[in-house]
Write a protein that binds this ligand. Structure first.
Ligand SMILES: NC(=O)C1=CN([C@@H]2O[C@H](COP(=O)(O)OP(=O)(O)OC[C@H]3O[C@@H](n4cnc5c(N)ncnc54)[C@H](OP(=O)(O)O)[C@@H]3O)[C@@H](O)[C@H]2O)C=CC1
Ligand SMILES: CCCCCCCCCCCCCCCC(=O)OCC(=O)COP(=O)(O)O
Length: 310
């Protein structure tokens, strides 16, 4: 390296690195301040990703309202968190609110109960959800409706019920846990993919409409996570699938994904894809070369059908 390079390039390089590190430190401080003592509502907190979100937001100092249908599982989580401490500062004992997302009356009552816990909500994490496995031609419409009710209409109703208090305070953050299947549709997941595409669309509209009221909207689209999602999935006739799929078992750990959710919320990200390279490329392929994408999906459907029949 000659003298000119040493005197001109190196100081510039170190300067840029310094600014970048400073920016990262400031961002971390801002994110910690944003989450500490924030009132955070997590739906589907009884298992999988929701339970891990509860753990990481609790450790970050958030005041939690945990939701689900399974009272025993919620109580166990509340007592686990109430007894846990973190080196990062004060933690708060969570509240729990039980309701079924398929019941509009229960959602309205739950919203009132949620608001009574701390008087307001800073961050709502719409995480609860159910998946589906089946061929469209065999699937009863009640199943399509049920999946839409839990994954789409339920979160929409809860969001609408909590929104007025956020607008009044000119402060709030709505998070939707979608899926990569909210961006691309894969065969034998029609009801699930449709509900997640609807989720993406609704919360994208909400983001635009709410910016003037200072309300943030984050849509998070993960790939496979190792949870009970496939076990709890509903099938063509409405029965429970009941099996842990290989793809799910090979998915990311929910604790790790929850850390990514925490980081995305702390940084007020608008749209986050949490997948491996191939599924991410598939999203671009769907936009840039839809014909090729559709052909890949059709051969995937044929392959799956064949292996089911054999
Ligand atoms: N696992 C994966 O591979 C992926 C998951 N996701 C998304 O992550 C989110 C969490 O799923 P995950 O943790 O994997 O799956 P789990 O099956 O482990 O958790 C689902 C949660 O949703 C709640 N839930 C289900 N039905 C209802 C209902 N009718 N009313 C209220 N709550 C309900 C359940 O609580 P309870 O039974 O107590 O009601 C449970 O806590 C979902 O939105 C899913 O689509 C996205 C991409 C990949
Ligand atoms: C330029 C080269 C591009 C090559 C593209 C190849 C196409 C690859 C297809 C990838 C499909 C990925 C599907 C991922 C599905 C997924 O992660 O879903 C997450 C979930 O929500 C899981 O729910 P499920 O009930 O389906 O287990």
């Amino acid at each position: 390296m000659d003298l000119v390079t040493q005197t001109a390039i190196l100081p510039l390089l170190f300067g840029c690195l310094g600014i970048f590190s400073l920016f990262r430190v400031l961002q971390r401080i801002r994110s910690r301040t944003y989450l500490r003592n924030a009132v955070v509502v997590v739906t589907g907190a009884t298992s999988g990703l929701g339970r891990e979100c509860a753990r990481v937001f609790h450790a970050a100092g958030a005041k939690l309202v945990l939701c689900g249908r399974n009272v025993t599982a919620l109580e166990a989580l509340v007592s686990e968190l109430a007894g846990s401490h973190t080196s990062q500062g004060q933690t708060h004992k969570p509240y729990m609110v039980t309701f079924d997302l398929t019941d509009p009356g229960a959602i309205a009552a739950a919203a009132v109960e949620i608001l009574q816990c701390f008087g307001y909500v800073d961050i709502l994490i719409n995480n609860a959800g159910v998946s589906y496995r089946g061929a469209i031609r065999d699937t009863i419409v009640d199943v399509d409706r049920r999946v839409m009710e839990i994954n789409y209409f339920g979160p929409v109703a809860l969001t609408k019920a909590l929104l007025p208090s956020m607008i009044k305070r000119k402060r709030g953050h709505i998070v939707a846990i979608s899926s990569i299947q909210g961006k691309i549709s894969i065969p034998f997941r029609s009801a699930y993919a449709a509900s997640k595409h609807a989720t993406q669309a609704f919360f994208d509209c909400l983001r635009a409409e709410m910016e003037q009221d200072n309300i943030e909207v984050t849509v998070i689209s993960p790939g496979y996570i190792y949870t009970n999602l496939s076990v709890n999935a509903v099938t063509a006739d409405g029965s429970r699938y009941g099996a842990l799929d290989k793809n799910t078992a090979q998915g990311r750990s929910p604790a790790e994904v929850a850390q990514d959710v925490l980081a995305a919320v702390g940084k007020k990200k608008k749209d986050v894809l949490l997948t491996d390279l191939l599924p991410s490329l598939a999203v671009y392929l769907r936009i840039l070369a839809p014909g090729i994408f559709f052909r890949i999906m059709a051969s995937r459907a044929k392959r799956e059908q064949k292996s089911k029949n054999s």
